[in-house]
Design a protein around this ligand. Structure first.
Ligand code: PHE
Length: 353
């Protein structure tokens, strides 16, 4: 038998099945080896012994060869073997941005009490940002709201183009869209003011509430603010109104919420409790609020001139509005101290929420 033939054949086998077939072909009952052995009767007596030894040696060789090749083939097979019960690779997971999460949460809170989320332009005319809000051109109150102007020709009646400094530009647009109250708007949008410090970025988000209907009073406003404060900041959070001034509301207020760090007391209690000599509770001043209250933003009853400009009769309808910063409420909720982190793109900061 040609020795090279079996070597080549076994070597080129690629599967265990092929090797099993070759095993039968060579070593089986009617295999090549047995055929060789069966011809022993035709061999001269003196050569029989040597012939038998050679065939047996060949048999052992082939056996060994097939054995080794089987091992190689099964090993190759196990390398591409796919175990579908093995746990998959865990790839790093992305998350929604802290501001997107807050927008979603705030939208849901107001949707529950019938407010409709709208989005009005971030680039508007002076008319939307000021005139329609009882701030005629040349009015000094305009300077209170630092504004970035866009370098394009002014509109003949609507004035210059601006990056909206607040979401209040949505008030006039919403009144004109709805035409006849009731209006329950929550306008969430980007705003721009040229400031950059731990509590201000030049681009930020505000959410503006506007409610116009018959018999709307400050009591409705206060109730809605309390509802929002409890839902967003947690049960037990209270609100208070402080007199303020805005051109587009009358009366106007600033809203504070009670600080959750010290339960609105301004003092983090002494472990033993009790009072000091002056009769004040023992403890240290709360670092988050200093006074028990945190400032949320501006609000007030919609000014009759603003209703009029929106085509709504102030004799028949009244309303309230507020405008709060999204980044600011997030800061207050989580006790964060630098708003610039929100936009630094540092994934380690963003992953925490
Ligand atoms: N637009 C005001 C601001 O940006 C907030 C405000 C909105 C106040 C609505 C009163 C009513 O500060």
């Amino acid at each position: 038998m040609d020795r090279k033939k079996y070597e080549i054949e076994i070597n080129s086998a690629k599967s265990l099945e092929q090797l099993n077939e070759l095993e039968i072909k060579y070593l089986g009952r009617n295999g090549e080896i047995n055929k060789l052995l069966s011809t022993i009767k035709d061999i001269p007596d003196e050569e029989k012994r040597e012939y038998g030894q050679k065939v047996n040696l060949l048999k052992t060789e082939i056996k060994k060869y097939i054995e080794i090749k089987k091992l190689i083939v099964s090993k190759q097979k196990s390398e591409v073997f796919f175990d579908k019960t093995m746990p998959g690779k865990a790839y790093p997971k992305g998350s929604l941005h802290i501001v997107s999460l807050a927008i979603e949460e705030i939208t849901k809170i107001f949707e529950k009490i019938g407010f409709i989320r709208v989005s009005y332009p971030e680039v508007d005319w002076e008319y939307g940002a000021f005139e329609s809000l009882n701030m005629p051109s040349g009015h000094p109150a305009r300077d209170d709201v630092e504004t970035s102007f866009i370098d394009v020709p002014a509109h003949s009646t609507l004035g210059k183009m601006v990056l909206t400094p607040h979401t209040s530009n949505g008030q006039n647009r919403e009144m004109k869209r709805v035409k006849v109250p009731p209006i329950r708007m929550i306008n969430i949008s980007k705003c721009y003011r040229p400031n950059w410090d731990p509590t201000h970025t030049p681009m930020f988000y505000q959410f503006e509430g506007l409610c116009v209907d018959k018999n709307i009073t400050i009591a409705n406003l206060k109730g809605t603010l309390d509802y929002f404060a409890e839902k967003y900041f947690g049960i037990g959070t209270k609100t208070r109104l402080r007199p303020h001034h805005f051109q587009f509301t009358e009366p106007s207020f600033e809203v504070d919420i009670s600080c959750n760090n010290c339960q609105g007391t301004g003092i983090i209690g002494h472990p033993q409790g009790g009072q000091n000599q002056k009769g004040h509770p023992k403890g240290v001043r709360c670092k988050v609020c200093k006074s028990g209250w945190l400032e949320l933003g501006g609000t007030g009853m919609v000014h009759p001139n603003v209703l009029k400009e929106g085509g709504i009769s102030s004799a028949e309808f009244s309303g309230w509005a507020f405008g709060f910063g999204i980044e600011r409420v997030i800061m207050m909720k989580y006790g964060l101290d630098d708003i610039r982190n929100y936009y630094s793109g540092d994934i380690r900061f963003l992953e925490q929420f």
